[in-house]
Every structure is written in structure tokens, then in C-alpha cells.
Ligand binder design. Structure first.
Ligand SMILES: *Cc1c(COP(=O)(O)O)cnc(C)c1O
Length: 432
């Protein structure tokens, strides 16, 4: 399988090259040259397969030419160390929980697979020094730091906006230790991103071997298909058919991986992209005009994105035909007030604790089911509710192993470095 840049179809590279570069030299996203079809046999018998076996069948056509089959199996083993349970709330409503990974974030899966790719492609060059530099609004930083923790020759530096991540997210960023470093930036997430961009262009920092672990990297995008297949397997085992899946969306990597899975043959009838007030895609599907506005801060802050980078992948999947895309995807936007109400509703009606991102997806699913009353729906929970527990006004208890893990972090010494300017960031990097 080759990958091409979405802004220049003639620029073609292998998986390894696409993974190492992250983004094409012309700033286009990498995209598979063909979309492989899964066999009817695979889909008919999916209920007999483990998640590891499913992952292998789904990923082998994409990586097979670069990675030996046995090595791919090992990479999958290192990535999938947790499950993706589908939980039933009522007859036609399920939640797919993607937050059972080590940092309670759905981003654990993509970040872990990326780390496995890194280990694989660099195993022969362990003298190389690399610094992974990432800006985070909360979840990315923890997932990336955890995935690369302890890896020889690698340092991970995370920039987070002071006071703008949740208490637990901050603990995750600042207590991981070892080769992971948190820089607390006196500014916004956009400032963090701007510092990262400047650092990549800074000749003085060349020697550090700066690399990003950006969510648009093909190695983070492709494995996200795995849990859509796992979700289908679990719903099928529950005897259901005609499925709608609602995905809380920011950069649209997650939902576009679902659409890629559908193109490979996954029998999900409709996807819902549920957004917060950053509604560029819902407006785009309505009007056909792609018209991003400035980013709005919301309580589902991992989705505060107004110009989603994966839009080009979604359109590429449908040959730039918006009408075709609209057959498979609807998009709705919801306010913070509705999101808060949904968190309460889920708890009061079903005893279900949701975080703000999952609650937005639940609202999207409810809206879609109004139009398709005979379908069965599943919304995706992307972060553990304990990370955002202050949004649930009721006193609730959490599983003891999670509480223990958080207490463990709280008792560790926090380590972070305050930075007010780019020069502070640079000074830190140079001192590494
Ligand atoms: C990153 C993130 C999202 C958005 O996912 P995209 O792939 O960027 O659309 C949703 N929820 C949570 C908790 C996240 O961390």
C-alpha cells in the first residue's frame, strides 16, 4: 500500500515514510492510495474473533508491505492492552467506551500504536536522539507521554496551557516522570501550538531531532478503525442490526476513521459527527460552504477546533462529492447548556456517568434517532467521566482501581516547568 498527499496525488510514499514525516512536504495529509475491502467471511464471522485478530485483519492491508505479519501482531499486542466495552443504556441506546486505556482517553489507542511503530522502525538505530514535542489541551499530552514513557533515546516534552486542563489531566502530565517533561505555559492552547510551530522552524534546535506526535499522523489515524469493528461485533452479538454511531468530533480524525472502516465494508448505516459550538462541519454539510470561524472555548474542550484537519480525508473518502458524504454522515452542533443537561439526564435516567465529550455524542445520537426510529444507536465516550467529574452535580462513586490510580498520582511529586515566552521554552529544550 502506498500513501499520497491529499494536496498532490503524485507525491507517493510508503507507510514508513508517511509515518516518519507525519505530514507531506506540501502540507497535505497522507491518505491510502486504495481502500481495501474486507471479505464477507471476515464480517460474517467477526463475532468469533478477538479484538487483536480483528485489528490484524483490518490493519494488515495498510501496513503489510512495510511490517512483517508477526511484527504487526506484536505491535497490536503492545497497543491493545485494554478493552472497548459497549454498554447498554436502554433498548436502542448503547455507549461505546473508549476510555479504558492507561490515561483514560480514547487517544491512548492511536498514541500507543504510534509508539509501537516508532519502536519498530527505530529498533535498529538506538543511538538516535529524538524529542517529541506536543501541545495539548488536555488528553493528547497524557496519552503521548504515557505511550513513549521510558523509551530509550526519546524525550517527550508536553506544552499545556496553565489552569486550562482538568485537575486529573494536570496530574497525568506532571507526574509521569522519567523521560517526560511538562511545560506549563502562561497562555492559551493556541499559544502552546504557536510555540511548538516556532520550535520546529528554529535552526538552533535542529540537534534535538524534534518530532511531532500529531493526531493527523497516519499511525494514529488508521488504528482508530479497530474499535468500530469491535463495536459492530458486540452489537451483533447483542442481536442488533441497522446501526447508527455518534462520534464526538473536534479534528474529525475519529469519525473519519469510522467512515474509512465503512468504506472497507463495516456495516454501520450512518455516522453522526456531534460537535460543540465549533460547528464548521455541521454548517458545511448544510450549506456546502467551508467557512471556519474563530474557535470558541467550551466545556468539551478537546473538541474546540474550528478548522478540523481531517476534513480533507472525509472528502477524499467520497471523491469530493458532498452529497455522497451526506448519505453516510450527518453532523449536529450542541451548546454547553445542552451538554450540561445531557450529563444530568444520562445520570438520572440511566445511572450513566458521562463526560462532556460523550454527552455531546449522546445528544447527536438522540437527534439522529428521531429521524431513524427503527435504528439502534451507539454513542462514543472518549474520556473517562472522572476527568471531568465537576460537571456532574450529583455525588457519585468511581471504581476503586481508578480512584487508587488517581490517589497514586496525587501522592507523587509533580514536576513542571513554567514558561512565559518562546525563549523560556527554547531554553528548556536546549538544556535537555
Ligand atoms: C481528541 C478528543 C476528541 C475529538 O476527537 P477528533 O478525532 O479530534 O475528532 C473527542 N473527545 C475527547 C475526550 C478527545 O480527547
Amino acid at each position: 500500500m502506498k500513501y499520497h498527499s491529499l494536496t498532490n496525488p503524485n507525491h507517493k510514499v510508503s507507510f514508513k515514510e508517511a509515518f516518519l514525516a507525519g505530514i507531506a512536504p506540501d502540507k497535505g495529509l497522507y491518505f491510502p492510495e486504495t481502500i481495501p475491502l474486507l471479505s464477507a467471511d471476515f464480517l460474517d464471522n467477526i463475532h468469533l474473533l478477538s479484538d487483536h485478530e480483528i485489528a490484524f485483519e483490518v490493519l494488515v492491508p495498510f501496513l503489510g508491505s512495510n511490517v512483517a505479519e508477526n511484527d504487526l501482531r506484536k505491535m497490536i499486542e503492545a497497543t491493545l492492552t485494554f478493552e472497548f466495552p459497549v454498554v447498554q443504556l436502554k433498548e436502542e441506546c448503547f455507549a461505546l467506551e473508549l476510555f479504558h486505556g492507561p490515561t483514560f482517553a480514547f487517544k491512548d489507542l492511536g498514541a500507543r500504536f504510534m509508539a509501537a511503530c516508532y519502536r519498530y522502525f527505530y529498533s535498529d538505530s538506538n543511538t538516535r536522539k529524538t524529542t517529541i514535542l506536543v501541545a495539548t489541551s488536555g488528553d493528547t499530552g497524557g496519552a503521548v507521554a504515557d505511550s513513549f514513557k521510558g523509551m530509550a533515546g526519546v524525550n517527550v516534552v508536553i506544552l499545556f496551557p496553565s489552569g486550562k486542563v482538568s485537575e486529573i489531566q494536570e496530574l497525568q502530565l506532571t507526574t509521569m516522570g522519567e523521560n517526560t517533561f511538562a511545560l506549563e505555559i502562561d497562555g492559551t492552547f493556541d499559544d502552546c501550538q504557536a510555540f511548538v510551530k516556532t520550535a520546529f522552524l528554529d535552526d538552533d534546535l535542529r540537534f534535538l531531532g524534534l518530532t511531532s506526535a500529531n493526531s493527523i499522523n497516519i499511525a494514529r489515524w488508521l488504528p482508530q478503525m479497530i474499535y468500530y469493528f469491535s463495536c459492530y461485533k458486540q452489537l451483533k452479538l447483542a442481536g442488533k442490526e441497522r446501526f447508527i454511531v455518534s462520534v464526538p468530533s473536534g479534528n474529525f480524525g475519529n469519525v473519519s476513521a469510522g467512515l474509512l472502516a465503512k468504506k472497507m465494508g463495516l456495516p454501520i448505516d450512518l455516522f453522526v459527527a456531534a460537535t460543540n459550538s465549533n460547528d464548521t462541519i455541521p454548517r458545511f454539510l448544510q450549506s456546502g460552504k467551508y467557512d471556519p470561524e474563530s474557535t470558541i472555548e467550551t466545556i468539551s474542550n478537546a473538541m474546540d477546533v474550528s478548522d478540523p484537519s481531517n476534513s480533507s480525508r472525509m472528502l477524499a473518502l467520497y471523491n469530493q462529492d458532498l452529497e455522497l458524504l451526506k448519505n453516510d454522515l450527518v453532523a449536529y452542533s450542541f451548546s454547553d447548556a445542552s451538554t450540561r443537561e445531557a450529563i444530568q439526564e444520562l445520570y438520572i435516567e440511566f445511572g450513566y456517568q458521562a463526560d462532556p465529550h460523550g454527552a455531546v455524542a449522546y445528544l447527536g445520537l438522540k437527534r439522529a434517532l428521531e429521524h431513524q426510529p427503527t435504528a439502534v444507536g451507539c454513542f462514543i465516550e472518549t474520556a473517562h467521566p472522572i476527568k471531568f467529574k465537576h460537571y456532574l452535580s450529583n455525588e457519585v462513586s468511581y471504581p476503586s482501581f481508578i480512584v487508587d490510580q488517581i490517589n497514586g498520582m496525587s501522592s507523587r511529586k509533580q514536576r513542571s516547568f513554567n514558561c512565559r515566552s518562546y525563549d523560556d521554552v527554547k531554553q528548556f529544550l536546549v538544556s535537555l
